[in-house]
Write a protein that binds this ligand. Sequence first.
Ligand SMILES: [Zn+2]
Length: 419
Amino acid sequence: MNPITLYPGNWLYNAGVVGFLRVIAEHEGLEYVQSWLRDDGTVAIEQNVFQDLFSPVSVGSKSVPKALKYFVEYFCDPERLNEWLDSKDTKGEQTREKYRNFAQEMEDFGYKFIYVGNHLFASRQPFQNLVQIKEWQDFEFCRVLESIPQNLQTTSRASSGRTCDICGSSLIQYPGREPKLEKRLAKFQHTHFTVLGPSEGAFPNSFWNGNSSLWVCPLCVYFMLHRDFAFINLADNSNLADGSRIFLNAPSFQVMWYLNRLVREIYTRENIASVREILGMSLIELAVRLETQLGMWTEMNIEVVSIRGEEVSFCSLPYEVVQLLLDRRIASSLARIGEISVLRMVLEKRFGEILEMGERLMMIAAKPEKSWGKSERKYINSQIGLERNRKDEVKLMGFAASLFSLHALIEERMGGGWR
Ligand SMILES: [Zn+2]
């Protein structure tokens, strides 16, 4: 049987799928999920694996689909869960008491299950009323999810002329088991996406087809719920602490998977001042670290999607710059240099300044460190952040030389003409 194949689409869908992959990887391991990523940019999941993910697993005396169990576990932050359990409603009833019957039936998972339902679908939550609280608590949504693999096999284009407006698949239909809920899920309303609500009318047509609602298959609805897991929170960085969240979008799930992992890593390590720099650095790391041939990826449009409050914005690098950063020799050179000032010159295509900087530093490095003047030191300090690059005349000379070689590599690449 053919595997289930997911093709990259608009950024919302892509973020949903990447979030889904993160959840599965958390429980089944990185390699498990990475084996689904194909070089052609798709995700391919074997039928039996897919079926297993959406099969019910018992939790106490109840059952939920395996993938949803993973989702709930992933969603719950123990500290926040406890705070919530200790909180009281307006009538003074403690949450822990209120939902005790779920804990009795499903052990601790019962509380988590209710917590997640409330934090996704209650008022002022990201998917307000998409699933009603009662439907969630009656496991109606679980039953819809469990029907996905079976529907994949039994329905076909012939059975209905309808295609999903997000993934384009016509194979997954709603089984009609929970008609009211399914009707709401299938007609995805703007109000179900509070983050995008205010952008109605202005939002790119790549997602909204101009109607007030889309037809969405249950699998896409499920992926959507994972969207926030793909976003990287920038709130903790002193330079970018404006509360925005970012996701690196590309027309390949493989690229998105590795790029977003790199961004998380770089972000916690470096002092980055702009989203553009995050993108630049992650491309460099991608080029240096991945063994895969990057040739085809350099043709791709890679963009950063930032969500700040209710505002969604996009940032991408010029095509030439992406080509440079994904050239392994240039990327390695930049990684060795390690200076944000130099990276900025590349990002802003100020290539001549790399050469000028090299020349000026070489003049300074021609003299012993002890005889460097005040303005020379000032210049060095303003341009070079790393001690290893500026410690003495020998280090500085080496650094200047690496600037020349970087410039030569860039010239060579650009002189070769853009493909
Ligand atoms: Zn779909």
